[in-house]
Design a binder for this molecule. Structure first.
Ligand code: GTP
Length: 597
């Protein structure tokens, strides 16, 4: 295809501003999918994504569009994930296209993820067309939002396109703008093959499917190609474009986007951002800036029913086929039995995976408190990654500990600013910037990631009644006074409850935990001390008094459905108690203690 007749673009938006609805409209208006096949949110292929309205895996569609100039154009839309956990994937896939539609909800205005995503687009050198969506809503304020786009982002919004993705108003203008305002790709058909690996996923019929953007050269069915980072060589068994269903194609040339398959065993072998070239006479230098996505948030996943361990292991293996950014390792815990220590890109990623395990594999899981990866600088000069507080070595061997810090951007209506500043301050935050866009404040904070994975999103939502938006990038690892806090029940340490905390916050966290446990552990015939300790030093203590005759049962917390399930399982005669020295603790107590509230 003639390069001048190709346009490659992505849509950047804050969650819920209408990215998927607009993509659906573009597909519909160009007749890419027959009307009867159109389902809402065509591009979000997994059920869970549709249900939660979150686009997790990048996806793509090729649209053919007859423009007003009488020519037929090929428009390639790459659907990028919208959430902060997937920032690396967003920034990579943006490099595969030349332009972006910046969609802003005209009744809401610019939000934190609008900013984060538009910065990725600008970094990638994109031409950007601002699109104001939802102009059908009475609350839409086009003038105000245009000013905001200019003031906050610094983009000219005078020729922003006003649309309603819902009603279809303005969609033809969007298609024309893609052709007239976004640049055509550049590339050399005669140069050695150079293509970017944009995304990959596991398909139960085809195996691993790899999406690529060709920069230079041509790839044909049957070619032998090489991944430059891994050095692996594969044959191209199938070459296709997504419309959005796969349609076979003989070749892909410069500027084109498509998928191929070749007996690749696991998604792990395909790294987003890797450069693909021919096995023989390939290109010499790979595309710049490759780095594999690294898990930053870790937690333990344990089956409530020990008999489910094998099911859990199989389920994790299956999910990993499709998501190489999620890691796992077997773990055993005296409190929780056999399970896995798993690593994720962020909290949302964790939640999505846990949900899929529970739903698609019908598992009932216990999740331990999420923690981040600490760097332990040992006295002997070695640097160790700590993924699990339970693995913390003897303190005397550790010189100092570095923790990951983030740069967080929060947009919030004026009246909640005070509460947001207080929350960030409480979480060891350092204010870096504060500015205004109309009646909304934009604050930038330097925060420890460890404090954010604890319950920051939930707190932020509740203090701002849901009006704040939040986004972050990991900025650096920095030293702080961090310690491992252990929990002891009747002088026996309970591994699943130990955590890394800042020394100044240890008393508070320790107090909260022992108080909670006091309500959760049933009384015994003797007194039970419940303690939080750092090394050998006790920092908080409660005592559970001995049982009196009239005390019959305890009522545990926890959400209703899970509690019901547990009760049913207990009825089945499988009441699970864990033994800690002389103390018996129901597993349910751990589940409740690990719940963040
Ligand atoms: P994520 O996939 O979560 O990132 O959201 P999104 O940006 O793709 O938003 P989506 O297209 O799912 O739209 C969010 C909500 O806004 C849905 O309930 C849509 O029906 C609604 N919506 C989208 N466009 C319009 C519009 O033009 N007008 C009105 N009134 N509602 C719209």
């Amino acid at each position: 295809t003639d390069l001048d007749l190709i346009r490659n673009f992505s849509i950047v938006a804050h969650i819920d501003h209408g990215k998927s609805t607009l993509a659906d409209r573009l597909i519909q208006l160009t007749g890419t999918v027959a009307q009867r096949d159109m389902k809402a949110q065509m591009l979000d292929s997994m059920d869970i994504e549709r249900e939660r309205g979150i686009t997790i895996k990048a996806n793509s569609v090729r649209i053919e569009y007859p423009a007003k100039d009488g020519k037929r154009y090929i428009l390639n839309l790459i659907d990028t994930p919208g959430h902060v956990d997937f920032a690396y994937e967003v920034s990579r896939s943006m490099r595969a296209v030349e332009g972006s539609l910046l969609v802003v909800d005209a009744s809401q205005g610019v939000e934190a993820q609008t900013l984060a995503n538009v910065y990725h687009a600008l970094d990638a050198g994109h031409e950007i067309v601002p699109v104001l969506n939802k102009v059908d809503l009475p609350a839409a304020d086009v003038g105000r939002v245009k000013t905001q786009i200019e003031d906050v982002i610094g983009l000219d919004a005078s020729d922003a396109i006003e649309i309603s993705a819902k009603s279809g108003l303005g969609i033809p203008d969007v298609l024309e703008a893609i052709v007239t305002r976004l640049p055509a790709p550049k590339g050399d058909r005669d140069a050695p093959l150079k293509a970017m690996l944009v995304d990959s996923w596991y398909d139960s019929y085809l195996g691993v499917v790899v999406m690529i953007r060709v920069i230079d050269g041509v790839v044909r069915k049957g070619d032998r190609i090489k991944m430059m980072q891994t050095g692996a060589v594969y044959g191209v068994d199938k070459l296709a474009v997504l419309k959005p269903q796969m349609v076979d194609i003989a070749e892909l040339g410069p500027g084109e986007i498509g998928i191929w398959t070749g007996s690749i065993k696991q998604v792990r072998d395909t790294r987003v951002g890797d450069t693909i070239t021919s096995e023989k006479k390939g290109c010499e230098t790979p595309l710049p800036g490759f780095k594999p996505a690294q898990p930053v948030v870790f937690c333990g996943l344990f089956p409530v029913d020990a008999n489910d361990f094998d099911t859990l292991r199989d389920a994790i293996e299956k999910l990993q086929l499709n998501d190489s950014s999620f890691s796992s390792e077997m773990e055993t815990s005296a409190a929780l039995g056999f399970g896995f220590r798993c690593g994720f890109l962020g909290l949302l990623h964790l939640e999505v995976i846990r949900d899929r395990l529970e739903r698609e594999y019908d598992l009932d899981l216990i999740t331990t408190a999420p923690s981040v990866v600490f760097h332990l600088h040992m006295r002997d000069g070695e640097v160790l990654d700590l993924h699990n507080p339970a693995d913390m070595p003897d303190l005397t061997l550790v010189d100092h500990i570095d923790e990951p810090r983030i740069k967080a951007t929060i947009l919030v209506p004026d009246e909640y600013l005070g509460d947001v500043l207080k929350l960030c301050q409480d979480r060891r935050g350092i204010q870096m910037d504060l500015s205004y866009a109309g009646s909304r404040a934009m604050v930038v904070y330097d925060l420890p990631l460890a404090e954010v994975v604890f319950d920051f999103y939930d707190r932020l939502k509740s203090v701002t009644k849901g009006y704040a938006s939040f986004d972050y990038v990991i900025s650096e690892y920095r030293e702080d006074y961090l310690v491992k806090m252990s929990i002891l029940v009747n002088d026996e340490p309970v591994d699943a409850l130990s955590m890394m905390v800042h020394r100044d916050r240890a008393e508070m966290r320790g107090r909260a935990m022992v108080e909670k446990l006091k309500d959760l552990i049933p009384r015994h015939m003797f007194k039970i001390p419940i303690q939080a300790a750092i090394g050998g030093r006790v920092i908080a203590r409660e005592t559970l008094s001995a049982m009196r005759k009239d005390v019959t049962a305890k009522c545990y917390g926890g959400d209703a459905s899970r509690k019901k399930k547990l009760l049913e399982k207990q009825k089945a005669g499988k009441k699970r108690m864990r033994q800690f020295g002389k103390v018996e603790i129901p597993q349910e107590a751990f589940i409740s203690a690990l719940k963040m509230d």
